[in-house]
Design a protein around this ligand. Structure first.
Ligand code: UN1
Length: 494
């Protein structure tokens, strides 16, 4: 561990503070970090504003060079940072590394983007006039991230914000400050190589709600990107909106898969197991509801029960482990309570029993729960590996069930029937931000816009044109004639 901290350049920052950091693997303390003094927040925000005044005038492709260097440094530190993600968030080794790869991918994307922050040219109705759109930097961007993707979600936001000309202030989850410190140290290496970036371009703040609140309330922080529960979003969203700031919200998901009669069940089983039990069910995109056609339900459930029974649960660092610990004991308690509620509504639970794993950690068997109906507990997001199974007869019924929850993040259908696949992704199909065909709901690539509707908050991050959320649009009308005609034919002669 000490070697790891040294390699990542956090040996000092990770010790001596008042905030204790526990590994979910065995509950042991792995570091002590210093929380940010709430009184320091105004100074920090002022520093970001100062950095903004400089950074917004650096040409975007040059800003991209900083992100390119960051991607290089991440490549060099991938093994170590991945190992720290495993230690601090409890992900299995491959998923810890995958998370760092996601950071590298978004850096590559953002570098290309730094030469493609395009605006439109628009035909003017007036002779000798031209209209265009220009995209300008916005100002400091706050990133409030969660424990489950402790570094990737920050990097989606930071890589885009930086090429768009915005400084970043990051408040990570209190459960995962070490990976945040390490990411900042790696970013520091890129900054050193870059040379002339302003102080305060990327800052890290740590602590509880009062730290987040300072960012949420400050009119000097125009963008607040927050990832977490819907409960958190209901607090953050209105506060940012009340000062006409721009919230980018990535909140809860309650993601479903429809399995149609023609589905390739071998593929479906693999997709289901990865998306329902991977990351111990702690992705916002984790599969939580399975809506299966009656004709294949029995066979599919039988195969899943078998696959679940073979899962290796335990130390996420060990070869072959597929299910690591939940983040903490409270999380396991919430899973057990949800299973009790499901049983009370007639659910049949397979698995779901706590297991020893590594002493001190919250290990539990993933649960498969056959439900007679989509009851209250099924409509809630329990951040744990619970997969509720329900049946359907017609596709309309399946789509209605899939859409009848408050959340709208990710969804998918397994079918070999073209009509069903197209209906699912049509205007009358899935109401989610992500709707896939013959792929599970989790593990999205960074190239697409990421986010969802309804209680998921409506924000979009990562790929496609999500960058527009980090810039302000300016409409420019340029008159190169010697006359001053008014639009809409209005006469106003003086
Ligand atoms: C999250 O769980 O907050 O699509 C993000 C996925 C990952 C990102 C998940 N690329 O599952």
């Amino acid at each position: 561990m000490t070697d790891l901290f040294h390699a990542l350049g956090i040996a000092d920052a990770a010790t001596g503070g008042s905030l204790s950091v526990l590994s979910p693997i065995d509950g042991a303390e792995i570091g002590r970090v210093r929380p940010t003094d709430p009184a320091a927040m105004p100074g920090l925000i002022a520093r970001a504003q100062e950095a903004f005044r400089h950074w917004r005038e650096v040409p975007a492709p040059r800003r991209g060079e900083l992100v390119r260097l960051f991607g290089e440094e991440l490549r060099a530190a991938k093994a170590e940072l991945g190992a720290l993600v495993t230690l601090e968030a409890g992900k299995i080794t491959s998923e810890g590394l995958g998370e760092v790869q996601e950071m590298i991918d978004i850096c590559d994307f953002a570098v290309g983007l730094s030469r493609q922050l395009y605006g439109l040219t628009i035909a003017s109705e007036r002779p000798g006039h031209r209209m265009m759109e220009t995209w300008h930097p916005m100002g400091p961007c706050a990133v409030i991230s969660a424990f489950n993707f402790p570094v990737a979600v920050w990097s989606w936001n930071a890589a885009l914000a930086l090429v768009c000309g915005n400084p970043v202030i990051w408040k990570p989850s209190e459960k995962t400050p070490l990976t945040a410190l390490a990411s900042m140290a790696i970013f520091g290496r890129a900054l050193a190589r870059f040379g002339d970036a302003p102080e305060g371009l990327a800052q890290l703040v740590m602590g509880g709600p009062e730290i987040g609140e300072a960012l949420v309330l400050s009119p000097e922080v125009p963008i607040v990107s927050a990832t977490g529960s819907t409960r958190m979003g209901r607090i953050v969203g209105p506060k940012v909106a009340a000062r006409f700031g721009r919230p980018i919200l990535e909140l809860g998901g309650n993601n479903a898969m429809i399995v149609a009669p023609s589905a390739d069940l071998d593929m479906a089983v693999r997709a289901i197991v990865f998306s329902a039990v991977g990351t111990a069910g702690q992705r916002c995109t984790s599969l939580r509801r399975l809506i299966v056609h009656h004709s294949v339900r029995e066979e599919l459930v039988g195969r899943l029960v078998k696959a679940y029974a073979s899962l290796k649960i335990g130390d996420p660092r060990a070869d072959g482990t597929l299910v690591g610990p939940l983040i903490d004991a409270a999380s396991r308690d919430r899973m057990v309570a949800a299973l009790d509620r499901a049983r009370a509504k007639g659910g049949t639970v397979h698995g779901g029993k706590p297991v020893e794993g590594v002493p001190g950690g919250a290990y539990i068997q993933p649960a498969l729960v056959e439900m007679p109906a989509q009851t209250g507990v099924v409509c809630e997001e329990t951040f744990a590996p619970i997969l509720y199974v329900m049946g359907y007869e017609t596709l309309d019924e399946a789509i209605a069930l899939q859409n009848a929850v408050p959340q709208g993040l990710s969804s998918c259908i397994f079918t070999l029937n073209l009509r069903e696949a197209e209906a699912f992704v049509s205007a009358a199909g899935s109401d989610c931000g992500i709707a896939n065909v013959n792929i599970g709901p989790s593990g999205a690539e960074i190239g697409g816009a990421f986010g969802g509707e309804k209680d998921t908050g409506g924000g979009r991050e990562s790929g496609s044109d999500a960058w527009r959320g980090y810039m302000r649009r300016q409409t420019n009308t340029i008159n190169w004639s010697a006359a001053l005609p008014l639009a809409q034919g209005v006469r106003f002669d003086i």
